[in-house]
Design a protein around this ligand. Sequence first.
Ligand code: ADP
Ligand code: DP6
Ligand code: CO
Length: 367
Amino acid sequence: MAGWIHMVTARTPTNIAVIKYWGKRDESLILPVNDSISVTLDPEHLCTTTTVAVSPGFDQDRMWLNGKEISLSGGRYQNCLREIRARAEDFEDNERGIKIAKQDWQKLRVHIASYNNFPTAAGLASSAAGFACLVFALAKLMNAKEDPSQLSAIARQGSGSACRSLYGGFVKWIMGKEENGSDSLAVQLVDENHWDDLVIIIAVVSSRQKETSSTTGMRDTVETSMLLQHRAKEVVPKRIVKMEEAIQNHDFSSFAQLTCSDSNQFHAVCLDTCPPIFYMNDTSHRQIILLHPCCRIISCIEKWNRSEESPQVAYTFDAGPNAVLIARNRKTAALLLQRMLYFFPPSADTDMSSYVLGDKSILKDAG
Ligand code: ADP
Ligand code: DP6
Ligand code: CO
């Protein structure tokens, strides 16, 4: 029995919120102050790959992130491990003679190796792909038979945004009402085939680690921003209803208007925080004056949208300077990529390092 290792590898894409989650009402359970909606990206481009292994030879839980060992002592990793262990079932592999009884999972230790194929902690939602993948892989390893919504409530306790990466397509994180968080989970609004005209292009303005993590940033916002109260109670509930309608009806005009406004309000709330948080301009205030690429991308898209009968492209920025651009169809995406490469060529001068396509087929079919 002593020499065996049982392991599982999973791959999970990241998700980008079009109605943002920002602010917790419960820090340890990770319960948000408002509902949020996101789109899950194509797993080809921005994803986490995690291998989890169990062996009687392992004497402690250990984890390596992008090849470097990290501590699992933080509450978030412990919460995910505890919740999955509590749901573990008997496991048997007759060919290899491995038999793990339900109660054995409490004693067996796991080793975890995780890689992100995109910048970690740079505002491209690595915590979302990372914790969703971890929870999914652990559940498979331990034979826990939970559905994605139940797993989402566990991933939520690793990182809030992670709960939305358990599904593809457009996903809503329902904030829930219960104090124990049992109803704060993700549901799929529509699957990835529902609106497959959309093409997502991510402009990587900076892959540097952000100065203020999402967790710290939103804690400061909850403590100091009055605007957040207004956003969470008055603005987001109405936007959620309209966004769901826009998605159901493939209404790009409404979708783009809501997405851009919500991104801008999220960054306004960050500026309303004390001390203010500048996610959209990398590290210094000086870059606002020099017109950092993300400010120029916003004005470029705004001008383009105003020059057409209806919006062609939506933009949204998470907690970092990288632009997520959503084109209404492949033809627009080809034009968008052309404009971006012309105005913001990937080079040291522009700070732009690369473009990532959320839909790998755009170059093939464009035009
Ligand atoms: P991001 O904008 O990239 O989500 P956050 O500040 O929200 O940045 O979260 C970054 C943190 O998420 C990392 O410091 C790490 O603790 C965690 N994280 C990132 N990738 C993974 C992963 N693959 N597996 C587990 N945890 C991860
Ligand atoms: C701006 O989920 O990273 O990306 O729950 O503290 O881990 P924690 O924060 P995180 O916050 C994400 C914030 C956001 C918006 C969003 O994804 O909805
Ligand atoms: Co995050």
